[in-house]
Design a protein around this ligand. Sequence first.
Ligand SMILES: [Zn+2]
Length: 344
Amino acid sequence: MRATVMYGAGDVRIENVPDPKILEPTDAVIRVTRACVCGSDLWPYQKMERSDTGRVMGHEAIGVVEDVGADVRRIKRGDFVIMPFAFSDGTCAFCHDGLQTSCIHGGFFGTPDVAGAQAEAVRIPLADGTLFRLGVHADDALMPSLLTLSDVMGTGHHAAIIGKVAPGKSVAVVGDGAVGLCGVIAAKRLGAEQIIILGRHADRIALAKDFGATDVVSERGDEAVERIRALTGGYGVHSVLECVGLEEAVNTAISIARPGGAVGRVGVPQEQTIPGSEPAFYNNVTVGGGPAPVRAYIEDLLPDVLEGNIEPGRVFDRTVGVDGVPDGYRAMNDREAIKVMIKP
Ligand SMILES: [Zn+2]
């Protein structure tokens, strides 16, 4: 089959690789019907050290089950499924707590150990725990939004949950990538009254407004902090969704939370330490977050997707075949595309 292999920064190739097959009796193999490029794939695209073997990329997909191992009970051949970006057994203490990204037997797709989904097919470890089975083979028009449940919509929702978004509250979303835009959807869905998006790309801002953003702040650093204070009666916002991961973004996020507020971090951190220690401490700001347990959130979010109440699939503004994936990485890295969908 054809798959996306990254060999180093800026070096993404489409290659023929062996078809995935069942290695463990708890595995399944799915034929990928939609996958995509993630903002977090751009970190290795910018920084990955050269590798001779390369890494099959991709951690977001929906597809149809082609094969299951002997111990797979719940998932059947022919099922139409969502693949969350992390695999999990569904049975350990953390899975029971709804934190499948900390599953003691779990891990992540598109890593050096487990091949990713920017390919024609992908092997799913712990298929019964990992895959979310959709009852119906959904309408084509819904596919983009269903695909976002494998990562970006669940991740934006996680930022909103950890940031304690609630009805009537003020929210700021740091980052206008797909996760930030889904964070706007999540904040609106949870009843936020004021939703401030921090971003500077016209196409993304327009989409954020469609999704429910009430204010736009295009400044950065201290100027952004000042503008947000001015928009919130001088206090800052109740909830901040940090969807970037760079030091400046985290610093801004903590600085714009009002006393007693909360910051939900979902941007993959690019530094070893969390900045903003003093404002976080003196303002009693709760700082939390991490890899979103999107597996747990699919059940919450799916009805709103199926009923058309939310349309997170609108973050996709380009669709490519497998051969178009390297240019998809380039387009997202150059901020020419918000998010690229792959239709193998
Ligand atoms: Zn588990």
